[in-house]
Write a protein that binds this ligand. Structure first.
Ligand code: ZN
Ligand code: ZN
Length: 360
């Protein structure tokens, strides 16, 4: 695997596009190598340039793409809707800065404070979106539980069964644990495999197409911060523009203010509804994935706002349920993209696909 990676690297560094590995080594110049290494540092799509850090190897075993030397990540092979979300957030801020700030600032009577508050909440909204969309949602390491006794790392049939463990301290209800045949691990409770990211995520909430990343234990608080600060900054923008409108005699004298009010009213609906949904769903000690699993059809969406009797983690208190899910510790990144890579580390190997047993 390492040999293939280094051969690919030599081919890419070749200045004449030759596929001959040996000749490309001879003709490649120092400048070209540095340039391609820099390109690979900016965007790491595959392991064309082996480095001493994990981010160059993770794309081999998952669908993650890394930027800036493993500092940011996204998922490849999907529509980049996160770019649209960033644009939706940046556009009103730019229009607000150009057309509204200098007019409303001169009104006095504390109007400036509203503008400062808007910029403050907008900055939190932008930063939390960036953090949520580009950070580790809680990826679990692969190949931790591989049965070595069998040929070709085949999985014994009993691994397809769900194991039931004793309940938590809150309510003694049993906890189910499953084996992931892709990641070759026994998943911790509430973890789930995301087929878009090709990774198991700890306390998996859902895969969000709008941020192009999973929402899990390590970025759930950023997701909620993004929604709530987005709602507050939209309301502040509407308030400032409405104040401006109230001071002009004709509406056509404040067309950008009217546009921003309509824009923010439309833009605030989706995050507001999503935020309300997450307040309800966390109060029943469920993640979005667990909620969707518990309702049989969309007509039963209200039924899901009651904690199911089999919920092992229900604390019997809505506020405590919300606290334990919304304010849970992020924990360390278990597969650190910028951690030192040790060649041959099993956590970064793609083992042959297991044979298919009939599930029992
Ligand atoms: Zn998995
Ligand atoms: Zn995902």
């Amino acid at each position: 695997m390492t040999d293939n990676g280094s051969k690919k690297a030599h081919r890419r560094y070749s200045s004449n596009g030759s596929s001959n590995v040996g000749s490309s080594i001879e003709i490649e110049g120092t400048e070209t190598s540095v340039f391609w290494k820099f390109v690979d540092w900016i965007v790491t799509l595959d392991t064309s340039s082996p480095t001493t850090e994990n981010y160059s190897t993770i794309p081999q075993i998952s669908n993650y793409v890394f930027f800036l030397g493993g500092r940011l990540r996204t998922v490849s092979g999907t529509k980049a809707l996160s770019v649209v979300v960033f644009a939706i957030i940046v556009v009103p801020m730019v229009l607000f800065s150009i057309f509204e700030v200098h007019k409303v600032w001169t009104f006095g009577h504390g109007h400036g404070a509203l503008i400062v508050l808007f910029y403050y909440t907008w900055a939190i909204c932008f930063a939390s979106l960036l953090k949520c969309a580009t950070s580790d949602p809680g990826v679990l390491p692969r190949n931790v539980h591989v049965p070595l006794a069998h040929n070709d790392f085949e999985i014994p049939q009993e691994y397809y069964n769900i194991i039931t463990l004793p309940g938590t301290a809150h309510n003694k209800r049993p906890v189910e644990v499953k084996y992931c045949t892709t990641c070759r691990i026994w998943r911790p409770p509430r973890a789930s495999h995301c087929s878009t990211c090709e990774a198991c995520i700890i306390t998996h909430d859902h895969h969000c197409v709008w941020i192009n990343n999973c929402v899990g234990q390590r970025n759930y608080r950023y997701f909620l911060t993004f929604l709530s600060s987005g709602v507050i900054s939209s309301v502040l923008c509407i308030a400032v523009c409405a104040l401006h409108l109230s001071r002009v005699s004709r509406t056509r004298d404040a067309v950008p203010a009217v546009f921003l009010i309509v824009y923010c009213v439309l833009a605030v609906c989706y995050p507001l509804l999503l935020l309300i949904f997450h307040f309800f769903v966390t109060s029943t000690q469920q993640t979005t994935r667990e909620y969707l699993r518990n309702i049989r059809s969309r007509r039963e969406f209200l039924r899901g706002f009651k904690s199911p009797p089999t919920n092992s983690f229900d604390t019997a208190s809505r506020t405590r349920n919300m606290y334990t899910l919304m304010c849970q510790r992020r924990g360390f990144s278990l597969v650190s993209a910028r951690g030192k890579h040790v060649p041959g580390d099993w956590r970064f190997l793609k083992l042959p696909h297991p044979h298919n047993f009939e599930k029992v």
